[in-house]
Design a protein around this ligand. Structure first.
Ligand SMILES: *Cc1c(COP(=O)(O)O)cnc(C)c1O
Length: 379
């Protein structure tokens, strides 16, 4: 089945008791048993909830996995994956990582004796160089946030296999429409569903998708034992959002291209980071592992002055100044003071994240209007 058909149909069946075509919101914490242990597969909603189960089935299919587990946020999904590790284990990750992931690694899990190495993963030699006999996990995010660098998933999968380590791919920026890391050798796919999968900026949720029943049972154990599960109402909203994932993503890609080209031609704009450009250093890898280039763009202004960037950030009307991404409406953000403020400045600079960098999440409005908005804000 192709992805658009999956987006509409995966995981969802008419409700057996009523024929309702939409999965009902099972707003219940518990389920009545006929006799002790004699139940219909559901006992308590931390462990299972039918609305969540429908969503988990849909997400597993969309990522070409066998199982998915939903969590109350993307970071709760990260938390569950890292809890598979033990003190002394080591993780290799990218130096251009989502700020919240970096914070959880360095300020929470480092205290439990897990060591994290941050390298330039666009260079596979650096990834290889960080491997040792304690390496248990390679943690990839691609495209990266906010510099839109591209990491070769198959290349990292080969290194992980050789090291006997798991490969995790945070696929939030690409969405299952543009990229399926399990097909490229990943063991775990993580999503912040909050972004493209939910797509409407109204839910915070995360998931872990795997293609192996044993890994699923380990993640599901942590999901139940630690309890960061989402509620049925949010699960329903995401099921609804999923049905248009392919339509939204196509428009994000078309608009992303139009806006990226407009910026690249603008005399006041410096660098434009968008993997669809042939001049982008990761373009060939992006073409190999992605089905499109998406609507995430970052750029600087010539002269790299912070006040010029702040003026653009305060003067757009359609692009709303806000954290997050992946919704139908366009957003503009300033990584250094917003999403990446939790990364120390020195570390940010080393990773090439300038204070004047502006990030766009291009929505699904008409591209002409978006370009007009940027034109007047850049001046
Ligand atoms: C937002 C985000 C997360 C965290 O997800 P939440 O749902 O906000 O907890 C993780 N990774 C990436 C790439 C993100 O953009």
């Amino acid at each position: 089945m192709k992805i658009g058909t999956k987006a509409v149909h995966a995981g969802v069946e008419p409700d057996p008791s009523t024929g309702a075509i939409m999965t009902p919101i099972f707003q219940t914490s518990t389920y009545v048993q006929a006799a002790p242990g004699d139940h219909k597969g559901y006992e308590y909603s931390r462990t299972h909830n039918p609305t969540r189960t429908a969503l988990e089935k849909a997400l597993a299919e969309l990522e070409n996995g066998t199982h998915a587990c939903c969590f109350s946020s993307g970071l709760a999904a990260l938390d569950a994956i890292i809890k598979l590790l033990r003190p002394g284990d080591e993780v290799i990750s990218t130096n251009d990582l989502y700020g919240g992931s970096y914070r959880a690694f360095t300020q929470v899990f480092a205290h439990y004796g897990i060591q994290f190495h941050f390298v330039d993963m666009t260079n596979l030699e650096e990834v290889k160089g960080a491997v040792n006999d304690k390496t248990k996990m390679i943690w990839v995010e691609t495209p990266t946030n906010p510099l839109m660098r591209i990491i070769d998933i198959e290349g990292c999968a080969a290194i992980a296999r050789e090291a006997g380590a798991w490969l995790v791919v945070d696929n939030t920026f690409a969405s299952p429409y543009l990229q399926n890391p399990l097909d490229l050798g990943a063991d775990f796919v993580l999503h912040s569903i909050t972004k493209y999968i939910g797509g409407h900026s109204d839910v915070v949720m995360g998931c872990v998708v795997v293609k192996d029943a044993e890994l699923d049972s380990q993640i599901r154990f942590i999901q139940n034992a630690c309890g960061a599960t989402p509620g049925p109402q949010d699960s329903f909203l995401v099921l609804r959002g999923l049905k248009t994932l392919h339509l939204r993503m196509r428009q994000h890609c078309v608009n992303g291209e139009a806006v990226a080209k407009f910026l690249a031609d603008h005399p006041k704009v410096g660098e434009v980071h968008w993997p669809g450009f042939e001049s982008h250093p990761g373009h060939a890898v992006a073409k190999k592992q992605m089905r499109g280039f998406g609507g995430m763009i970052s750029f600087t202004l010539k002269g790299d002055k912070l006040e010029d960037a702040l003026s653009v950030l305060s003067n757009t009307h359609l692009f709303a100044l806000a954290e997050s991404l992946g919704g139908v409406e366009s957003l503009i953000g300033h990584p250094a003071s917003m999403t990446h403020a939790s990364i120390p400045k020195e570390q940010r600079m080393k990773a090439g994240l300038k204070d004047s960098l502006i990030r766009l999440s291009v929505g699904v409005e008409d591209a002409e209007d978006l370009i007009e908005d940027l034109k007047q804000a850049i001046g």
